[in-house]
Design a protein around this ligand. Structure first.
Ligand code: ADP
Ligand code: MG
Length: 598
């Protein structure tokens, strides 16, 4: 993969869910046809007939029908993006569509069913498998989880869910959420745990979870930092960030009869999604000089992913049944436009805020401290107290938080078992402390037994010795804490190479590779098919040789019919779009009027 700054289109894929039981029972007609080979979705109006109702055809990077498998989607459409995140690119996957069409199914899926797991759990597996197979690299993986609801940002991993966060911008790293918590995760199980905690928090305070999730945007962020020794013998850090976004339902929110709080809420929900639409329009328009990212929290946060330096895949989810046709068409038009957004993906190399660098430096500093303890013991008495005090008594929290802006990381695991190996407690090892203690103990005994001392003096000397023993114990504990801290920090830096020669692992890898090759092959075939389609039309004329005037008339009539059909389809589209605009305007006017009434 190149580090180049070439343009790359946002990839748009469409997925149509199966008919559900209710729809089947009510005998709803299927109006969506999916041509997987060609990457086309066709929507046919069951009432058919008039020019207005011509079938509408949309072409995408790939399309998935009701039988599509989660893993196929992952391999074909998401795996390449997550691969590039592992190389240090930013990547965004977002699911767009009407409520009930499968956004959450696509993003999260069914957790404990390997076949029905969605993109998010599959990406966890992918990231940690990649790390376990890596060589000569050090990784740090952390996760954040936030929600945008009514234009307010909530940290789904923060204890206090009434807290609201603000957006900030830095010239080097762009837009970020100030004070957003993030948790270092060392395994799939740990990152899943983070996700679970976030999901639990998300449902807190929501009277109806379905309604809440259809009105809020959830963004799970995985940051992967990777450190590797460069040819210049320096450690270089690349940081890739993966945004996994489950958007609010795209259905029009403000409907007649919605008033007061609900109306305000509806207006705010519309805001982020219509801002997203406006950003897409401005980006693909070519004439716009201003892209209105600042109009909503969502678009500001996804700025990099839309016309920025990230790779982006948009999944448009649709339903198959006739009663959803209008929303389905709206979704298809919206996502069709998004295909034309161009990004300039770029690797994030040695960014200033890499946490991995901070970890490496902190570990080096702590190790040096340990070294000093075991080495120059002379200076140790003066230092120990400061070291002791600088080690907080954090830990114990369910999730161990890492605050980017905070320099003193007092929340480190300190309850981890202290082993006697690599970095022994306080340097010099247990033996040293034992000797010291034994010596003090025997000195204490000697004082006790020294009959020549007057009572007063003996008490004073004994007190001195006891204080010294206490001090020694504290010093030992401080050393152990320090050593434990080093170990805890080191354990968070992940390295691979452990099971590389493992046979099953090898087979898995080959299997994965095969799946990827197949996905790639499918993609190429689809592209070729699409090409052939367009060539067919262009060369139709050139290929025709007419044996008679009548034949020429026949063929040209046929072609005329085809073109006429197309013209009608485009006219129909224009009609639809105009109608939609009118509806939107009416909604807006109604919202304004009602807002004025309140
Ligand atoms: P959304 O998040 O867009 O509101 P959901 O993901 O909750 O929609 O999907 C609605 C229902 O449809 C759920 O019961 C889900 O399991 C089911 N569903 C959605 N997509 C699929 C699919 N591709 N295959 C099987 N069931 C699906
Ligand atoms: Mg959902």
């Amino acid at each position: 993969m190149s580090k180049g700054r070439s343009l790359e289109a946002v990839k748009v894929v469409v997925r149509c869910r199966p008919m559900n039981e209710k729809e089947k029972a009510a005998n709803f007609q299927r109006v969506v046809a999916v041509d997987v080979k060609l990457g086309q979705v066709t929507v046919r109006n069951p009432r058919g007939g008039s020019a207005h109702e011509h079938p509408k055809v949309f072409t995408f990077d790939s399309v998935y029908d009701w039988d599509s498998k989660q893993l196929d989607l992952y391999d074909e459409s998401f795996r390449p993006l997550v691969d590039s995140v592992l190389l240090g690119f930013n990547g965004t996957i977002f699911a767009y569509g009407q409520t009930g069409t499968g956004k959450t199914y696509t993003m999260e899926g069914v957790r404990h069913d390997a076949e029905r797991r969605g993109v998010i759990p599959n990406s966890f597996e992918h990231v940690f498998t990649h790390i376990s197979r890596s060589q000569n690299q050090q990784y740090l993986v952390r996760a954040s989880y936030l929600e945008i609801y009514q234009e307010e940002i909530r940290d789904l991993l923060f204890r206090d869910q009434s807290h609201r966060l603000e957006l900030r911008e830095r010239p080097d790293t762009g837009v970020y959420v100030k004070d957003l918590s993030s948790f270092v995760t060392k395994s799939v199980a740990e990152i899943e745990q983070v996700m679970n905690v976030g999901n639990q928090n998300r449902s807190v305070g929501a009277t109806n979870m379905n309604e809440h999730s259809s009105r809020s945007h959830a963004i799970f962020v995985v940051t992967v930092e990777c450190s590797e020794l460069g040819p210049d013998r320096q450690n270089h850090i690349r940081v890739g960030k993966l945004n996994l976004v489950d958007l609010a339902g795209s259905e029009r929110q403000s409907k007649t009869g919605v008033r007061g709080e609900r109306l305000k809420e509806a207006a705010k929900i519309n805001l982020s999604l219509s801002a997203l639409g406006n950003v897409i329009s401005a980006l693909v328009d070519g004439k716009s000089t201003h892209v209105p990212y600042r109009d909503s929290k969502l678009t500001r946060l996804l700025q990099d992913s839309l016309g920025g330096n990230a790779r982006t895949v948009m999944v448009a989810n649709i339903g198959p049944a006739s009663y959803n046709m209008e929303e389905t068409l709206t979704t298809l038009r919206y996502s069709s436009r998004a295909k034309n957004i161009r990004n300039r993906p770029r690797v994030n190399e040695d960014p200033k805020d890499a946490l991995l660098r901070e970890f490496q430096e902190e570990i080096a500093r702590l190790k040096e401290q340990l070294e000093r303890r075991s080495g120059g013991r002379g200076g140790r008495r003066r230092r120990w107290k400061r070291d002791w005090q600088s080690l907080g008594d954090g830990g114990g929290a369910e999730l161990e938080e890492l605050d980017d802006d905070d320099d003193d990381d007092e929340d480190e695991d300190e309850d981890e078992e202290v082993a006697e190996d690599s970095v022994a407690g306080g340097g010099g090892g247990a033996q040293y402390w034992q000797e010291q203690q034994e010596q003090l103990e025997s000195e204490r005994k000697a004082i006790m037994e020294d009959r020549s001392l007057v009572v007063e003096e003996r008490r004073r000397l004994l007190g001195q010795k006891e204080r010294r023993i206490e001090q020694l114990q504290m010093e030992q504990e401080a050393g152990e804490t320090l050593a434990a801290k080093v170990r805890a920090m080191e354990s968070k830096l992940l390295v691979g190479g452990k099971n590389i020669v493992d046979h099953t692992n090898e087979q898995q890898k080959i299997l994965e590779q095969k799946r990827q090759e197949i996905a790639e092959q499918k993609r190429r075939e689809r592209e070729m098919q699409q090409q052939v389609e367009s060539w067919d039309e262009e060369t139709l004329e050139l290929k025709e040789t007419y044996s008679s005037l009548q034949q020429e008339v026949d063929i040209k009539t046929k072609k005329l019919k085809k073109l006429f059909g197309k013209l009608q389809a485009v006219k129909g589209d224009i009609c639809d779009i105009q109608e939609e605009h009118i509806k939107q305007r009416q909604d807006l006017e109604q919202s304004q009027n009602e807002a004025a009434d309140h």
